[in-house]
Design a protein around this ligand. Structure first.
Ligand code: PLP
Length: 419
């Protein structure tokens, strides 16, 4: 976007464009990273499965109680994709967030392998939170009174100097949230040296845990999947076998509300979680697990399925780049990520402007994730980060919303500039 106008002229023009935008009375939503109806249609085969099948490969009647660790044939499919050996991988209910919630509760109220007491008996509990990050991780910490320590994200993952310093010096630091591949919302994939340092670093807490939320493990948008080192193996090789808790799910592979979630960890951690889970459940939904195994068949089947997802998502991510470039390129008012996978684009606007942009967009009928949601306690100290979730709206709606968002950034950004 090139312009010969002065900043005052740009502001005037943005005001006019904003008035025109409001007159459209839009109702568009870029808030949550939900799959679109067309993406969900890709898994419609699930609705007819498991057909007349009543039994898993090992003879288990899937309709009955039991089998807390989940069906082996489904765990076999996801073991390679999540980098967890089959015996150390649990297939559970429909939500990995639920598993993360449960692990926090069980660590607070039960004694983790390697711990001498429960977290609730150890005073303050703190977690390292790479920012920008996933608001629901932060909500879990708030819910349980876990203090959050923000750590900046670099191109290869969290700032490891900061992570190592905090983990090594403070025994109250019990964990770190990581979305290691195509991070929510920055799209960053952790570089191999970052993974190695996370696995090897000394921690003051003997019961330190890495919550490795690999929600976007297979969600590539290019032909060149970003390499992600195997954290579980690296932890074991570094003499910290119990450090990694791996989470994943099919939420954004098949049906977001009716998928299957996974937990992978050391044998001791798996026994720990299963011991606690046995009190809250007699077993997972194995009918759903069987239909997933029948639909996806093997790891190659998952990859082929994700190619079909990519065919639907790629044009939307391209549209984000195109619309932001057309609307904000050359203005000096914004930078944005161009991720190779995952579900989000991060837009950075001038400091002090994000909340106002989101407010202006809402007034014009464009719903965005609240500014600040990407940071602990909803507090982005620079008030600069906005998360864009392009998956759900149709392409024309998405383009309209992004053009409108660009108008809001110009309005607020030019208005905010000192004369
Ligand atoms: N983890 C991350 C990083 C996510 O972005 C999401 C959903 O947006 C989830 C977990 C939720 O996963 P699930 O549906 O398995 O609970």
């Amino acid at each position: 976007m090139t312009s010969t106008l002065t900043p005052a002229g740009e502001f005037e023009r943005a005001r006019e464009e904003y008035a025109a935008l409001k007159a459209l009375r839009l109702r568009l939503d870029l808030t949550r990273g939900k799959p679109s109806p067309e993406q969900l249609d890709l898994s419609d085969g699930l609705l007819a499965l498991p057909g007349k099948r009543r039994h898993a490969a090992d003879g288990t009647d899937v309709r009955n109680y039991g089998g807390l660790a989940g069906l082996t044939e489904l765990r076999e499919i996801f073991a390679e994709l999540l980098q967890v050996p089959v015996p150390q991988l649990i297939a559970a209910g429909n939500s990995s967030l639920e598993l993360m919630h449960d692990c926090l509760v069980h660590a607070l109220l039960g004694v983790l392998p390697g711990a001498s007491s429960r977290w609730v008996d150890q005073g303050t509990v703190k977690f390292l939170c790479p920012v920008p990050g996933y608001d629901r991780h932060f909500a879990l910490c708030e819910r349980f009174g876990i203090e959050m320590l923000p750590v900046p994200m670099d191109a290869g993952g969290p700032d490891m100097d900061a992570v190592e310093r905090l983990a090594a010096t403070d025994p109250a630091v019990k964990g770190i949230w990581c979305v290691p591949r195509y991070s929510n919302p920055s799209g960053v994939t952790y570089a191999p040296p970052t993974v190695a340092r996370l696995a090897a670093m000394p921690t003051a807490a003997p019961d330190f845990r890495i919550f490795w939320d690999n929600a976007y493990a297979v969600h590539h948008l290019t032909d060149r999947p970003a390499e992600l080192a195997d954290l579980l193996a690296a932890c074991a090789a570094s003499g910290h076998p119990d450090r990694a808790l791996v989470f994943g799910s099919t939420s954004k592979i098949t049906a977001a509300g009716s998928g299957v979630a996974f937990f992978g960890a050391s044998p001791a951690n798996v026994a720990w979680l299963l011991g606690h889970s046995a009190k809250r459940s007699i077993g997972p939904d194995k009918v759903n697990q069987l239909r997933h195994a029948l639909l996806l068949r093997d790891a190659e089947g998952v990859r082929a399925h994700m190619e079909r997802q990519r065919a639907l998502l790629r044009p939307k991510f391209d549209a984000v780049q195109r619309c932001l470039r057309d609307g904000l390129g050359g203005t000096g008012l914004a930078t944005w990520s161009d991720p190779d996978g995952g579900y989000f684009v991060t837009l950075e606007v001038p400091d002090g402007c994000a909340k106002e942009v989101v407010r202006r967009a809402a007034d014009a009928g464009i719903a965005l994730t609240p500014a600040g949601a990407t940071h602990p306690y909803g507090d982005d100290p620079r008030d600069a980060v906005i998360r864009i979730a392009p998956s759900y709206p149709s392409l024309p709606e998405l383009e309209q919303a992004l053009r409108g968002l660009a108008v809001c950034v110009r309005l607020v950004g030019y208005g905010h500039r000192p004369p």
